[in-house]
Write a protein that binds this ligand. Sequence first.
Ligand SMILES: [Zn+2]
Length: 197
Amino acid sequence: MTYSKVYIRIAAAGDFDRRFLLDFQKELQNSMWDNGIKATCIFSNSGMVEVDHIPSNAYTPHIGKYNTHSLFSYGQKKREDSIKKLGSANALIKVLVIVDVEIFKQGFTGTLFGEADVGENVAIISTAPLENHFKSSFLIKERALKEAMHELGHTLGLDHCKNPGCAMNISKDTYDIDEKKKKYCIDCLNILFQGHR
Ligand SMILES: [Zn+2]
């Protein structure tokens, strides 16, 4: 597979600072390019930063968190909107949903940092569990970028990986995230590019 044209629609929902989102967009794109993936990261068809409200049906009162099922539907709508603009021939349109509320999926009890729906080309990450006692938005952004590389990696065809530092390592907590880089290891890159880099 070649990655000359990957569009990553960033669908932001929540109470985000625009500066944070602009930095995140720029750095996500840079990280993709550092891995040889020539991705264009955009917030909307116009290119302007768009921030939505969290879809109201995502909140699940008895859990007190937001279900990823509804957030995937929200992401799919964004993807359809991008396909209308870019054309359906372009198969490599991914959506990254980023929210600032706690998320959960059925049957998973740990802290959920993100999830990917590989078939639908939608990835979700949450910044809520990335908060830290330093009150550092830089640290939140770094962690969010690693989790975005991880979940988008799934939509690009990567599985979990145990090589130290690889973005495809599983993270159970923020310490695990801090151990990772915004890079895929050589084994993962070989899977992505099948030796054609
Ligand atoms: Zn790897």
